[in-house]
Design a protein around this ligand. Structure first.
Ligand SMILES: Cc1ncc(C[n+]2csc(CCOP(=O)(O)OP(=O)(O)O)c2C)c(N)n1
Length: 342
């Protein structure tokens, strides 16, 4: 365990085998990871600008600053066999599960070609193994727990991976889910992405004790893992270890990935509760910059190649805006299609 204090909290970081990422993914795989993280970042930035131009409506929550966590989790565990589920901050996980930038942007624009046919918007992206984007804080944990139950009941290989925020952790359904998962030995990996803030409330004003995983996992008879959420290689090694353990034991685990979001809670939040200096300090550990430096240190990347990849990803996102712009609106006569109302 590596002890480190972040935001006045003493963490016991899991000492991941960071070299595993290089060993298993190789140069090509790591460059692919860089491309994905850059695409996620550019997608959020461009989508924000489209929102500001009035092309996107509804809620909008950016994943900027947290890219390393879900990218590492999906690469370490593989998207097939597993069930994935997250909050309204769901653009990255949809992309990592196979959604294309075109269909994602079109969904934000409310177009018929969108990921949810223009019905869901920013908070409700889906993929074959992604059970959704959910708007009710903590409300998706019972669904993740049910997905883990189904895997076990049907004797299928795989785990359910559930992402939630630090603010969500105090929600009742979270604790009912942890209790049941432990009681029934369900293969569920609960990942608290501690980005330091709820909507505008600092985590230390919402939670009576921290660190989250170290304090709460023992109460449910689970193992706790704390990961540096800004460091891809460390997250990759950590998730790899956790995945193998959960498949072997069929015991749920509680993971805390320590990170910080770079934007307000949602696009309508100017973030006045955080000083400029605090934000700059967080950006000093930008996961994409850290990953770039790591690749350079490993002699897998040079600055010129980075610039090229960066531009490529930006262009892909700009293309997706064109696609969304030119896509048709859903036909009003289809309004009642695909509606489930018991
Ligand atoms: C049950 C419920 N209560 C309150 C809200 C309003 N709400 C939306 S997001 C949010 C904060 C959640 O913060 P956190 O879980 O830390 O996630 P983050 O947005 O930081 O990723 C709140 C209170 C909601 N959507 N659902």
């Amino acid at each position: 365990m590596a002890k480190k204090t972040v935001h006045h909290v003493k963490y016991n970081f899991f000492e991941s085998k960071a070299e595993e990422a290089k060993k298993e993914l190789g140069k090509e795989g790591l460059i692919h990871v860089l491309k994905e993280m850059l695409l996620i970042r550019h997608f959020e930035m461009r989508a924000e600008s489209a929102y500001q131009q009035g092309k996107v409506g509804g809620f909008f929550h950016a994943y900027m600053g947290q890219e390393a966590i879900q990218t590492a989790a999906v690469h370490a565990m593989g998207r097939e066999n597993n069930w994935w589920i997250t909050t309204y901050r769901c653009h990255a996980l949809a992309f990592l599960n196979g959604a294309t930038p075109n269909e994602m942007m079109a969904e934000l624009y409310g177009k018929a070609t969108g990921n949810a046919m223009g019905r869901g918007g920013s908070m409700h992206f889906y993929e074959d193994r992604l059970l959704g984007g959910f708007g009710i804080v903590g409300g998706h944990l019972p669904i993740a727990t049910g997905a883990a139950f189904s895997l076990k009941y049907q004797e299928q290989d795989g785990v359910a991976v559930c992402f939630l925020g630090d603010g969500a952790f105090v929600q009742g359904a979270v604790h009912e889910s942890l209790n049941l998962a432990s009681l029934w030995d369900l293969p569920c990996i609960y990942v608290v992405e501690n980005n330091q803030w709820g909507m505008g409330t600092a985590v230390n004003r919402a939670l009576c004790v921290q660190p989250i995983a170290d304090h709460f996992a023992p109460a449910y008879g689970m193992k706790a893992y704390t990961l540096d959420g800004m460091d891809f290689a460390s997250c990759y090694g950590g998730f790899k270890h956790i995945y193998e353990e959960v498949r072997k034991t069929s015991r749920p685990v509680l993971v805390e990935a320590v990170t910080e979001r770079f934007r307000g809670h949602s696009i309508s939040d100017p973030g006045l509760y955080r000083s400029k200096q605090e934000l700059e300090a967080a950006k000093g550990r930008d996961p994409i910059q850290l990953f770039k430096e790591y690749l350079k240190k490993e002699k897998l990347l040079i600055d010129e190649a980075f610039e090229e990849i960066d531009k490529e990803q930006k262009d892909t996102v700009v293309e997706s805006m064109k696609f969304a712009e030119e896509s048709p609106n859903p036909e009003p006569t289809t309004l009642e299609e695909d509606v489930f109302a018991p």
